[in-house]
Design a protein. Sequence first.
Length: 365
Amino acid sequence: MNSLKQKFLIIKLSSIGDIVHALPFLRTLRANRPNAYIAWIIEESFQDLIKCNPDLDEVIPVRTRYWRKNINIKSWNEIYQTRKLLKKREFDWTFDLQGLIKTGFIARMTGAPNRAGFHRSNCREKINAWFNNHRSKYLSTDSHIVDRCLSQLSILGDFPHQAEFSLPIREKDEHISKAFMVKNSKLTEKPIAGINPGAGFPTKLWSIERYARLADKITEELGFSILLTWGPGEEEMVRSIAESMKQKSWIAPATTIAESIGLYKKLSLFVGSDSGPFHICWALDIPTVSVWGPTDPKRNGAYSKNHKAVFHKLNCSFCWKRQCPLGTIECMDKVTVQNMFDATKKIASEHVKMVISPQHSTHKT
């Protein structure tokens, strides 16, 4: 088939960080196949990240998490309808950027003659390689996920990589952040440091008490306003931080993923763990500082220069476990408030233009 009319399907279902890591693949593919039809199949709850991306012709939302937990007639009907849609599109190529068994099944469901995936040793679930008939070259275990995704493009040719992370949103998705800033005008009198304590794994969580102490130091010694951001199930966490702080802070409103992007764009600095908000912020080119324990920042961290990853490496690092096998989470506990503050101070001095004097901190009233 003429390359100008080729149809490509990107398979990357979740989660926020993984989807962000795949954005340069999309940008590079579009730059080198400007007239191709490019679609992306994604978990429904994460489609906000890509639904406005100009490089895409179609976003195909699915509910694989629902299907797995609900084996019923509704699920089977949705699977059937998804298969029918994918077959109808007549994709020439699929690119499985996730490397799971379920994403391998999706690639097969399309009926595409060319199904690209990772080298077997780079697949998160090794069986995934069986579903593909084109595989990228092996990359070392500590290679960055962005580079692994881009490596699949070598199957098509030698393309110059576009390390761009586009997260466009609709104007209406900016409304909540704009209204919040107007309502809380004192927040905007100083550069805003966002702190997000949440994470997908219990082992990625740093202590509430340490976040509160760190937030106070960032306010008192660096002169930032503190905005505490949160996701589903995390509001109580940020309220605890606010109550434990000596200095005033602000708690972000509830947002969708798209609305949170609008909010994060207001930040001058972000501090948190290996989480969705962290990945959104560095993709937006916001200076970031992050605390790491079970996951490897060299492989999964920020693909940018204005970032500092803070971790305390142990013999068991990096285990990738949701629950600490030793029951201690020592890797996170070893990271001190001073460690995080020193990294924050360095990043702020290099990448944030301060417009006020640090000593003008604001105590709670």
